[in-house]
Write a new protein. Structure first.
Length: 300
């Protein structure tokens, strides 16, 4: 019984230490989440302004494309034109490590379903992986990666992801693939995330018929077309970067939730072990009293 008491006591001690670690990790994830949410809100201001300018510039060109589809004109920006899809590109965003609950597994499970349902052959798609978990997962299953990016910071700057977002837009323009989707977990709130597949290229969410009054006229130098040719890649890059920021926020929320659950489970285990320890200790005391009484009775 003494050995059992020591064993239970050791388990309580080790579980308490684990609980302290998970509680600290929960607090760290909560801090990261707060910063990431603030970062995402700030980025949205920039993203909305870029979209406003691009929509204003692209409206006339989009209308012109509609009017000249049969004229054979090819001088319009390729990012605005839908072409026959021979190969699809996917940017898949996962975390670099674990301890984030089901964050990664939900994304990767959905991606495998997309590959199986929407494509007949691995040659029909190309994957760009952001995050070590996704990269290792795809490599283990023989899925070739066009590019991978690992070890992003908790609040990634645009400079960190510039290479991969620039590469993605360049690959599209060079017709390595004919459409591009970004696949990630969208941050809903601290307890909920939602898997999203967003089409990034070709840019099709700019409504050429959208009527919007602008408070002031734009002065273009050198020309609308040349400015648009510069802004469209930047706009596409901002969409991809925005998805990365959103995914990172969801990752921190998942980590916070996972550590909160782990801490609560540890406390429950400690409570159960404490009850078991007290019962075992009470049993040992009762047995000792019984032996003493029995011994005393034998001496009479």
């Amino acid at each position: 019984m003494g050995a059992s008491l020591n064993e239970i006591k050791q388990r309580i001690t080790s579980t308490k230490k684990t609980s302290q670690i998970t509680k600290a990790m929960h607090m760290v994830s909560a801090s990261k989440l707060t910063k990431s949410e603030a970062h995402a809100k700030k980025f949205q201001v920039y993203a909305e302004k870029v979209r406003e300018v691009v929509t204003h510039l692209a409206a006339q060109q989009l209308l012109a494309i509609e009017d000249t589809k049969t004229s054979g004109a090819t001088d319009y920006n390729s990012m605005l034109i839908t072409r026959p899809v021979k190969k699809t590109g996917y940017i898949v965003i996962t975390s670099d490590g674990g301890l984030v609950g089901g964050y990664n597994s939900s994304i990767l499970k959905q991606m495998m379903s997309i590959f199986e349902q929407d494509h007949q052959s691995p040659d029909d798609y190309v994957v760009i992986s952001i995050g070590a978990t996704g990269a290792e997962f795809f490599k283990a299953r023989g899925i070739q990666l066009a590019y991978e990016l690992r070890n992003l910071s908790d609040q990634p700057s645009f400079e960190e992801v510039r290479k991969i977002v620039h590469m993605a837009t360049s690959m599209y323009q060079n017709e390595v693939f004919d459409e591009l989707y970004v696949c990630y977990n969208h941050h809903v709130n601290s307890l909920t995330s939602q898997f999203r597949v967003e089409k990034m290229l070709p840019i099709s969410d700019l409504d050429p018929g959208e009527k919007k009054e602008y408070e002031q006229e734009y002065i273009f130098e050198p020309s609308k077309d040349e400015i648009l040719n510069q802004l469209l890649p930047q706009y596409a890059e901002s969409l991809i970067y925005g998805a990365i920021v959103d995914a990172k926020t969801a990752e921190h929320a998942a980590g916070m939730t996972a550590m909160k659950t782990a801490t609560d489970n540890a406390k429950k285990i400690i409570d159960d072990l404490t009850i078991s320890y007290n019962r075992a200790r009470q049993g040992a005391i009762t047995q000792e009293i019984t032996e003493i009484v029995g011994g005393a009775a034998a001496l009479e």
